[in-house]
Write a protein that binds this ligand. Structure first.
Ligand code: PQ2
Ligand code: NAD
Length: 198
């Protein structure tokens, strides 16, 4: 059996197709805008409804480029949770967050409470994007600032023309004749020199 007792960061990373999901963001302030842009920078067609007693003009302006985003300037209501797949809470009311979290848990809706690890079912990560290549970074919640710095570091060292390489590999992959094992052998061979062996 695989020994995994030494695994420190036990979060399981996935890459979601947000445009296939129905997302609710509660809170239309600075943190709300941060979480909204985190989603839309990655998934510009994400179906997000923002509910906030007050919606900051900056958020409204930003959302204008994303016609599928719905903004409702009013108090949160529990039926806002109907038919949601994901919920992100970003208000300035911790008590409201705790209450909504209880409700999402009962309804099996995944919930992120911005900046409150104890209430989160999942964390947002720092994201490096170069064409089709996307790298998600987690510090296990230890230091979002370190995650941001890692993103900047990786963004710097990964060449901008990495997309060309991915496109070429895709072509090679399509052109290889033979069974699956043969495909793996050829693809490993052509990519071997990418890694500087120690
Ligand atoms: C990655 C990123 C994604 C995103 O949000 O898009 C993200 N936070 C980002 C930035 C950031 N957030 C904060 C600062 C101020 C400096 C600082 O406190 O360090 C900065 C830095 C900055 O803005 O420069 C404040 C903060 N954040 C959390 C706490 C509570 C705590 O730590 O206990 C507090 C203290 C609040 C307070 O003081 O009251 C918690 C979480 N923040 C997470 C994600 C999750 C863990 C990710 C991981 O594993 O690292 C987690 C657990 C839950 C979640 O929110 O999903 C994004 C970087 C995007 C980028 O630029 O690449
Ligand atoms: N701004 C930051 O970078 C930062 C950093 C660390 C911690 N925080 C904390 O995070 C929280 C949010 O910060 P912010 O700057 O986004 O605040 P903000 O005042 O800009 O936004 C809070 C939002 O929550 C909404 N809201 C409150 N009650 C609501 C309800 N019942 N229904 C619907 N919406 C409701 C408000 O209308 C507003 O849109 C604060 O508690 C703040 O102390 C913020």
């Amino acid at each position: 059996m695989i020994q995994n007792t030494s695994i420190k960061n036990r979060l399981f990373p996935v890459f979601l197709k947000l445009e296939e999901l129905n997302v609710l963001l509660v809170g239309g302030g600075n943190v709300g805008l941060e979480k909204l842009s985190a989603m839309l920078n990655n998934s510009p067609e994400a179906k997000v409804t923002v509910v906030g007693t007050m919606i900051r003009p900056e958020l409204r302006e930003y959302a204008q480029s994303f016609p599928q985003v719905i903004i409702e300037e009013r108090n949160f209501e529990y039926n806002d949770l109907d038919n949601r797949d994901l919920v992100i809470l970003a208000t300035d009311n911790p008590e409201l967050h705790a209450n909504i979290k209880r409700s999402t848990a009962e309804r099996h809706i995944l919930c992120n409470v911005a900046d409150t690890p104890a209430l989160c079912d999942f964390y947002l990560g720092s994201i490096v994007q170069k064409g089709d290549l996307k790298i998600g970074i987690s510090t296990n919640g230890k230091s979002p600032t370190m995650a941001k710095r890692m993103r900047e570091f990786l963004d710097d060292i990964i060449p901008d023309d990495i997309q060309q390489l991915l496109d070429n590999l895709r072509e090679i992959r399509k052109s290889i004749k033979g069974d699956f094992q043969e495909k793996i052998r050829v693809l490993n061979e052509v990519t071997e020199t990418m890694i500087n062996k120690k």
